[in-house]
Design a protein around this ligand. Structure first.
Ligand SMILES: C[S@@+](CC[C@H](N)C(=O)[O-])C[C@H]1O[C@@H](n2cnc3c(N)ncnc32)[C@H](O)[C@@H]1O
Length: 442
């Protein structure tokens, strides 16, 4: 028996996950919603421990981590916190078709949920954002049960969604190609623990393919990032690896449909079926992700051409970004309990807008004022958007929207509103997402 096999093993405690992003890495405690930032030196040992590890070389840290509940004794296993949370998310969709599942499909789902519940590391840096277990199952069911459609040699081109698990459970011969060696070790360990057989192969799809691998598989599944580089590389590799005439399934983010159809026309592959909004995803917080995608069935035809020859390297510039028209963000500012509402009338508000125009890039091409007994609205148009200020004097609230959000203009407007109406503000809360900035001042 190798020496390490005799050492006690540890794994991440229940509800603890490791999130590795492009900027920061965090340990997240899903039981308390707590987060701790992790120094990059500790990413590797924490990744290892999330797979079940002896902690070799880090023995001095173990007592503290055990005491804090970050790690616990024993080999990696399904995390009951993750499994319960994911099962609850799945129920939102699963209830619609669960009754129609065959006993084998039902078992494939149980194993898929088990596999997702074992994964304790999330690697958003290479575009990983997994599908819900129930989506993973539905992808496998579109391929079919080997008992009905015959066992197929299936290639998963990247597999952070763990679709290899239900495919193997349905009796197929499954191979995963992925760049992420952690994911591959996880898949091997998980398959062994669940009594499944699959091959997990480390491969960077940007590298040339081996001749022996070509024209080998009956079918492929892939979930690339929706941008031209990623579509071209993942699909070029997939088409080189499957047999002529083989089917494939690819995830396409809705807003990039036109781009995908362009790529399909250039690479001359037919689109056989388009399953809209088929794929639902979750985040490392075990919450439904706002992202969703379509599931598109395609085929390698006699005329299909690849953008990257199988024996050449690919050098993409934009592999991990979604490529679609990005709407500019809008800014909302809410100023509650304003002082001196009697001065929040068109005359004074106009003066504030004059100040903003004089001191920032804001240029209003027109201004319209609407005046009520207790309220005033000033609507200003700009070349590419608008500024609207609404004051409710009875409720002592001033609201402003600025589209598109421009920090220099918002900064000047905020200073002017603050000195006029909120000189003694006690609280400010700011939240921002891709589309919206939201500032609340009390
Ligand atoms: C591109 S990611 C995106 C999937 C994700 N569900 C989404 O849409 O947000 C899909 C899989 O491809 C793998 N992957 C990323 N880059 C790769 C590369 N250059 N070669 C091989 N696999 C890669 C990732 O590790 C991941 O498992």
């Amino acid at each position: 028996m190798p020496e390490s096999a005799q050492k006690p093993l540890y794994h991440l405690g229940d509800g603890i996950v490791l999130g590795i992003g492009s900027r920061d890495t965090q340990l997240i405690d899903l039981k308390t919603d707590g987060e701790i930032r992790i120094d990059f030196r500790f990413i590797e040992p924490l990744e290892k421990v999330s797979l079940g590890w002896s902690g070799e070389g880090y023995e001095s840290f173990l007592p503290r981590l055990l005491q804090e509940g970050v790690i616990v004794h024993g080999p990696a296993t399904t995390d009951p916190v993750l499994k319960t949370k994911l099962a609850a998310l799945d129920r939102l969709y699963l209830t619609a078709y669960e009754a129609a599942l065959s006993p084998r499909a039902r078992r494939a789902y149980e194993l898929t949920l088990e596999a997702h519940g074992r994964r304790k590391r999330f690697f958003t840096r290479v575009g990983q954002c997994p599908t819900l277990p129930e989506t993973t199952l539905r992808r496998a069911l579109l391929v079919g049960d080997a008992a009905e459609v015959g066992a197929k040699k299936i290639l998963c081109v990247g597999d952070d969604d763990l679709v290899s698990v239900p495919l193997a459970a349905l009796g197929h011969d499954v191979t995963v190609f992925d760049i992420d060696d952690f994911l591959l070790t996880f898949l091997r360990d998980t398959a062994a623990a669940l009594g499944l057989t699959l091959q997990a192969v480390e491969k960077d799809l940007r590298d040339p393919l081996d001749d022996a691998e070509r024209d080998h598989f009956d079918l492929f599944l892939t979930d690339p990032m929706s941008n031209r580089d990623c579509f071209e590389i993942f699909l070029s590799r997939a088409f080189s690896l499957v047999k002529p005439g083989a089917r494939g399934y690819v995830a396409v983010y809705g807003p990039t449909e036109r781009l995908f159809r362009e790529v399909a026309a250039e690479m001359k592959f037919p689109i056989v079926a388009w399953h809209r909004r088929h794929n639902r995803y979750y985040s490392q917080y075990m919450k439904i992700h706002t992202y969703e995608s379509d599931w598109v069935e395609i085929r390698r035809d006699a005329g299909t051409v690849v953008k990257h020859a199988a024996n050449e390297f690919c050098v993409p510039l934009n592999l991990y970004a979604e490529q679609f028209y990005q709407r500019h963000p809008i800014f909302f500012g809410f100023y509650d309990e304003i002082e001196e509402p009697r001065f929040a009338t068109p005359l004074y508000l106009d003066m504030i807008l004059d100040i903003a125009e004089g001191n920032s890039p804001l240029k209003l091409t027109a201004r319209h004022t609407i005046l009520g007994q207790e309220w005033t609205v000033i609507h200003g148009s700009t070349d590419d958007g608008h500024l609207t200020v609404h004051v409710d004097r009875a409720r002592r609230q001033l609201t402003m929207t600025l589209f598109p959000m421009r920090a220099e203009s918002e900064d000047v407007l905020r200073h002017a509103f603050m000195s006029g109406y909120k000189p003694k503000a006690t609280q400010a809360k700011m939240s921002s997402s891709r589309d919206v900035w939201d500032l609340r001042i009390r």
